[in-house]
Write a protein that binds this ligand. Sequence first.
Ligand code: NAP
Length: 399
Amino acid sequence: MPSHERHADVLLIGGGVAAARCARTLRRKGFVGSILLVGEESRPPYNRPPLSKELLRGVVDPALIAAEPEGWYERHAVELWTDGTVSELRASERLARTGDGRSISFERCLIATGAEPRVPDIPGAQHAQTLRTAQDAAAIRGAALAAGADARLVVMGGGFIGVEVAASLAAMGSAVTVLERSGQLWAGALGETLSNWAAGHLLRLGVELRFGATATSLDADSVWMGDVHLAAALVVAGIGVRPRESLAAAAGLEIADGILVDEARSAAPGIYAAGDVARGPHPLADGDRIRVEHWHSAREGGQAAALAMLGLDPGPPPAPWVYTEFAGQLVDVVGWAPDRDAERVLGDLASDRFAVAYLRGDRVAQLAVVNGWLPVERARALVESRSPASQLQRLVGAN
Ligand code: NAP
């Protein structure tokens, strides 16, 4: 083997929680082969959920968001190449090449390259700050503090990032305006009831919400919406992400808004994919392949890929589980219901402890649980067993 070549029994491409969880599962299951993880950032994998919350507000030590405790990779003989890029993948030869010219041969490989933020397609887009990395969170925090309490900050997008970042910046004392293109928070994905309830909490924090609004251009200190001008000391864009699939596409893997994977989370012989970049079948999606862009799913996907690599059955994927925290409120959403027929509120909205059930036909397809109204595992089991809506009445009685 030439000196610039390396062999890894398992190559993990991507430095997020999907890759970290894959490594952990392999070791937990007794895998003794070599594992090499190549990640683009300069630090080991970390949890991204705190970026828009505790890290932005400066209430957590950045070291504490690490996916694994210090020394874990050394102790478990997982080699980390940080600041590294895999620039080419030859799937049939089981060979990868890094940006700095190193070759890696492998037996099995996980592609967990994640997603990248969409950048607004408008003049002056370079003035918008996106949020994906701990460095981005530090930059937004620094800019907000430097702007001072009198300055107005604008958040483009009222989705997961928009809601959480707006709440965090407002909690830090900033004046914040959210521009959401649709008529509801989360672009209506969580329905009108939850959007209105969350909007109430953001308004109480002093956040200004503008629906049906989008920026048409940006400059260094303002946002333009047509002829309307809004001063903005900082613009944060949270307008969605796109999967980072170009490496897999160039390798000839099947791509359709994500790398297509099968039940075993495998994309081609020896190649697996997990996390934001993977699109796989899901029992709750009636055979459709879905891509779930959330922390739980990345970890569970990394774990499933590890099991599949070892020839073990990962079982059906659990119901997607998303959680969001803002303005002191916690919302857990389990299930999958983009095509729901109806919504039903359970419990007392005014008490901030309730749930919203999203129904497809007479089945509960998704549940949003606010502030622990129902244990998440129970909600997940309810959705996974495709419980009929008639069971919801019992939940109300039990809570
Ligand atoms: P997102 O949740 O998909 O929301 C994007 C929002 O921006 C949508 O409401 C969208 O509405 C709106 N939008 C799109 N273009 C716009 C424009 N030009 N002007 C105004 N609004 C616009 O994406 P995100 O908030 O950017 O989050 C990025 C990723 O991070 C996602 O994968 C998300 O799941 C993840 N994340 C998750 C959490 C969590 O799980 N708690 C927290 C933070 C981030 P339309 O579609 O109607 O345009």
